[in-house]
Ligand binder design. Structure first.
Ligand code: SF4
Length: 323
């Protein structure tokens, strides 16, 4: 069965905070306020083109901090989504750890909210303070516990390369995140967006973003933490989106196929270890791999094949493994 989200982006609605990296209107690609009736139009539109059978659909309130809206407005949105309960399988939402309490969870349960995703971003309180997050890791721990007590699935979102963070802190965040046993996680590399405080820090050399290589290697380690504990990684990197690619990114390790780059790097490292161990060069290196892994081995736009040619004069080839 294929899973689909119907994304209803609620940009910055309900969020009085100003995290240094956030330009929420840019991230969601939506620049106007969204009303419950807009939400109904969006849901109708998606239901028209999604497959009718063998599907699992959740209406997803993303973008801002949904539970930071007034309870009345939350209920209007939830009621709107709930009207589609015969055609969908539930509702999910993203919010902040410090906006979780019994009132919002009772409301969420009443309207069949299946998953709540918390943007924890880092488990290091100094990093949270530096980024003006306005909450501490203890808030995430408490919110995670409460969400589970309401029998709602927990999703957690973390960032790598935040202002004040480091590869070690990012890895520790991954372990702390996994220790909360979420059902799923998202991993976002920090990008410097125009119009943010982070842009000022970047331009005054107070903040040095990860380069793409560092971001790939840190994300690889972070992903392994979740994989080892069978926690589903539902997203790595931001969606490629018009408003992100047309000038709003000032700096940072953005790549439209970021997750693929991480997976390709894993293959490259594995092959390179073998090549070094066997002292190989000036030859052909052939690997038997399942067809769906071939592009990971050869690399995004053949980056691994080029790497081995240039560094070892080795021609990297794959043959399909049918078993
Ligand atoms: S809490 Fe979320 S929406 Fe609000 S400023 Fe921070 S990142 Fe942006």
């Amino acid at each position: 069965m294929k899973k689909y989200n119907i994304p209803v982006f609620i940009p910055h609605n309900g969020c009085p905070n100003d995290c240094v990296f956030c330009n929420q209107k840019k991230i969601t690609g939506v620049q106007t306020e969204v009303t419950p009736s807009d939400a109904a139009h969006i849901i109708d539109k998606y239901l028209n083109f999604l497959p009718k059978d063998n599907r699992y659909i959740e209406i997803a309130f993303f973008g801002g901090s949904f539970t930071g809206l007034s309870l009345e407005l939350q209920e209007e949105f939830l009621k709107t989504a709930y009207k589609y309960r015969d055609q969908t399988d539930g509702i999910r939402m993203s919010t902040r750890p410090d906006y979780i309490n019994d009132d919002v969870l009772s409301l969420a349960s009443k309207y069949n909210v299946r998953t709540i995703e918390l943007g924890l971003q880092s488990s290091n309180d100094n990093v949270l303070i530096k980024n003006n997050r306005g909450h501490r890791f203890a808030d995430t721990v408490a919110a995670a516990k409460l969400i589970k007590a309401y029998d709602i699935d927990l999703g957690l979102q973390m960032m790598i390369g935040m202002y004040g963070s480091s590869p070690e802190i990012d890895l520790k965040t991954a372990y702390d995140t996994a220790a909360l046993s979420p059902k799923c996680v998202r991993i976002y590399p920090t990008l410097t967006l125009s119009g943010t405080k982070l842009e000022e820090y970047y331009k005054s050399d107070k903040y040095v973003p990860y380069d793409l290589n560092t971001a790939i290697s840190v994300t690889d380690k972070v992903m392994r933490v979740f994989e080892e504990q069978n926690i589903e990684i539902i997203r790595v990197g931001l969606h490629s989106d018009e408003s992100l690619t047309s000038g709003s990114i000032v700096a940072g390790p953005y790549h439209p196929a970021f997750r693929e780059l991480v997976l390709c790097r894993r293959q490259r490292d594995k092959i390179e270890r073998d090549i070094i161990e066997r002292n190989m060069h000036d030859c052909v290196y052939t690997l038997n791999v399942p067809r769906q892994k071939e592009s990971e081995v050869i690399g995004h736009k053949r980056c691994n094949a080029r790497y081995f040619k240039e560094k070892y004069n080795i021609d990297l080839k794959t043959t399909p493994d049918f078993f």
